[in-house]
Design a protein. Structure first.
Length: 275
């Protein structure tokens, strides 16, 4: 039977796969962060629900926020590069870290907080697919605190060769899979939790509710990009209008303004008569 496949890089499928299957999530975290399963057992996902957009049509961030006895972890699948991505990650980390202290509590009670980011683009100038950051002294490299941990995994650097001894890489190849052939190669590793994950991806890909959520989210994304484009376009138009008014006031000729700003003389005349 041929399966339709929606890649786990889609943030709705990603969240449904890891945010609603505790055993898959625990094994993923254990392998990807090198944490014993015993330290992850009993985890609680704070936001398991999947909501494609807010009531005003704007996109929500479909991250997975979870807590264990000693750690707070935030997981995000990021498909596109944003100019403020690094600052945004620090802000999300800080919010999750500070939320860990209860009113009247002690700072010592704050858990280690981990930001785990799966990227579908290259962020760092290196060949390694994993980059991790902590707070250290600049010269001695002495660890200041283990409370902050930032992990980044770049999918475009992972490669296609399946190595059953490298569980971390297999998880990333699973997330990076785009078709049934790639998923079959991972299923043939005979790693039971990977096989369950592959079957879960097939099930999610066939789920009409999931497909409808994806459709609504794509529509919301198009609407948001259209809003941003139109706002930018209005900003450019307003800026040009003010420049034309200033140049007319300074006695520049209409032909000179047209040549300098690459706009028709008719547009300049409309701006002039609108004053």
């Amino acid at each position: 039977m041929e399966h339709r496949v929606i890649s786990p890089k889609n943030d709705i499928v990603f969240k449904a796969l890891f945010g609603q299957n505790d055993d898959i999530l625990m094994n993923f975290l254990s392998d990807i962060l090198n944490i014993p399963l015993s330290e992850i057992s009993g985890l609680t996902v704070i936001n398991p629900e999947i909501v494609p957009s807010t009531t005003d049509g704007k996109l929500t961030r479909l991250d997975i926020r979870l807590v264990t006895k000693t750690r707070n972890i935030d997981i995000e699948m990021q498909k596109a590069r944003d100019d403020d991505y690094r600052e945004r990650i620090l802000c999300y980390w800080a919010n999750m870290y500070s939320e860990g202290i209860k009113k009247g509590g002690e700072y010592a009670e704050l858990n280690q907080t981990i930001s785990l980011n799966i990227l579908d683009f290259n962020m760092f100038d290196c060949t390694e697919y994993q980059s991790s950051f902590s707070i250290r002294e600049d010269k001695r490299n002495e660890l200041f605190s283990d409370k902050l941990s930032l992990y980044f995994f770049e999918l475009k650097k992972v490669g296609n060769t399946v190595d059953i001894t490298d569980r971390k890489k297999i998880w990333l190849q699973l997330i990076n899979a785009n078709n049934e052939k790639e998923l079959e190669e991972l299923e043939n590793t005979n790693i039971s939790i990977i096989q369950k994950s592959v079957n879960t991806i097939y099930r999610l890909s066939d789920d009409e509710n999931i497909r409808e959520m994806i459709r609504l989210r794509e529509e919301a994304d198009i609407l948001e990009r259209s809003r941003l484009y139109n706002a930018e376009k209005r900003g450019r138009t307003d800026a040009i209008r003010e420049i034309v008014k200033t140049m007319l006031t300074d006695k520049h000729s209409k032909s000179e303004i047209s040549n300098l700003l690459h706009i028709p003389i008719e547009d300049i005349e409309r701006i002039q008569t609108s004053e």
